[in-house]
Design a protein around this ligand. Structure first.
Ligand code: NAD
Ligand code: DAU
Length: 349
């Protein structure tokens, strides 16, 4: 089995690459990533010497390059994570999100279709998407696989569009596809522009914690390792043409989560109770800020038997421990030093 994983140098992608390399030593895993600001090969330092791993630097919007890669590599499957992923960046620069998330996905679909069309047997194109395509919930209810798409940010609109293209290639060309829509992930190796690693870093450095609006927005948090496990189960056992929602039934308002994080940080840093919370600073709300996300993952649990492995309190503590133990990783990312890693590791290739 030879699987192409796109975006494998990013946060979730690096966990998926690691999970597949360790769980399936007989598979060959090719990680295709063009190393944007969010791509960091240091995320894979512990596995990049494994004989069944290959890194390819390349852009999913480059059709000629992709066709060649597919012809040479004889992939059995694709797990597609490469994307622009940060909502705030999509508000400043929506076009970049259309190019990577929509055009990039269509270009990848075209390469898979061209290479596989003579023999679709055993092939799989797995598209990783987000719960944000469903829009925003009120105080009640959950997103199911039947919830109508209603994206509000340029990021979620681009992900919704890419989901539609993946389904269209299934319906029009019989491409064997599967899609999953997951809630907010947290864990090691997350770029510190996202809420949890940004706030951990700011607490360490006694910097303000910028809470958007009143901090009342609700997100449904899942440990990234559990997401990687769900991706494994869906890749191997999911039904062709189906969608699976992934989530941990773990809703937190931002301010409650931030208070919990501050309490954990006070303990870990040996600070008096309440010191970190004093850094909370309410700032102007995010434009178009979705109020609440909450996932119904009962289809995945019922049909494929996946359940999250740990509680949020435990996962958050493990996450804090990881960032504190790996201060060098965090410093390298915040200083931009990590961008030299590719040159050092792969210079000339
Ligand atoms: P990330 O921003 O950490 O990583 C994205 C990766 O894609 C980076 O390594 C980047 O270099 C690569 N990339 C970007 N443009 C590329 C291009 N044109 N060609 C090749 N590689 C490119 O993102 P993440 O948080 O790990 O998210 C991964 C996927 O999961 C995304 O599709 C995202 O929409 C989805 N998702 C994320 C979350 C979350 O909470 N982070 C939740 C649900 C779904
Ligand atoms: O729901 C899945 C999505 O989760 C993924 O598709 C996205 O790729 C991922 O980035 C994430 O999107 P969010 O916008 O929910 O994540 P973020 O960490 O940016 O913000 C989480 C919440 O915290 C959100 O309500 C905005 C708020 N926030 C965020 C930042 C960065 C703040 O209050 N202050 C901040 O500085």
């Amino acid at each position: 089995m030879h699987i192409l994983i796109t975006g494998g140098a990013g946060f979730i992608g690096s966990h998926v690459v690691r999970h597949f390399l360790k769980s399936y030593p007989t598979y060959t895993i090719t990680n295709l990533d063009n190393l944007t600001y969010a791509g960091n090969l240091a995320n894979l330092k512990d596995v990049d010497a494994l004989p069944n791993y290959r890194f390819v630097k390349g852009d999913i919007t480059d059709g000629v390059f992709l066709q060649r890669l597919f012809q040479e590599s004889h992939f059995d499957g694709v797990i597609h994570l490469a994307a622009e992923s940060h909502v705030d960046r999509s508000i400043s620069n929506p076009t970049e999100f259309v190019v990577t998330n929509v055009l990039g996905t269509v270009t990848l679909l075209n390469a898979a279709k061209a290479c596989w069309q003579s023999d679709l047997e055993g092939k799989r194109f797995y598209h990783i998407s987000t719960d944000e395509v469903y829009g925003s919930l009120g105080r009640e209810g959950l997103f199911t696989e039947q919830t109508a798409y209603d994206p509000h940010s340029p990021y979620s609109a681009s992900k919704a569009s890419s989901d539609h293209f993946v389904r269209a290639y299934h319906d029009t060309y019989n491409l064997p596809v599967v899609i999953s829509n997951c809630s907010n992930n947290y864990g090691s190796f997350q770029f510190p522009e996202k809420l949890i690693p940004l706030f951990i870093n700011n607490i360490v450095h006694n910097k303000p914690l910028p809470v958007y609006g009143k901090g009342e927005n609700i997100r449904d948090w899942l440990w990234v390792v559990d997401h990687a496990q769900a991706i494994d189960v869906i890749y191997h056992q999911g039904s062709n043409g189906e969608t699976y929602n992934i989530g941990g039934h773990n809703e937190w308002s931002n301010i409650d989560l931030i208070r919990l994080l501050c309490r954990i940080m006070d303990t870990k840093l040996g600070r008096a109770a309440g010191v970190s919370e004093k850094l909370v600073t309410y700032v102007t709300d995010r434009a178009g800020h979705d109020l609440r996300y909450a996932i119904d993952s009962s289809k995945l649990q019922r049909e494929l038997g996946w359940v999250p492995s740990i509680s949020f309190e435990k996962g958050l503590e493990l996450t804090v421990d990881w960032y504190l133990t790996n201060a060098e990783w965090l410093d390298n990312v915040t200083s931009g030093g990590y961008q030299h890693y590719y040159e050092e590791m792969y210079g000339g290739r």
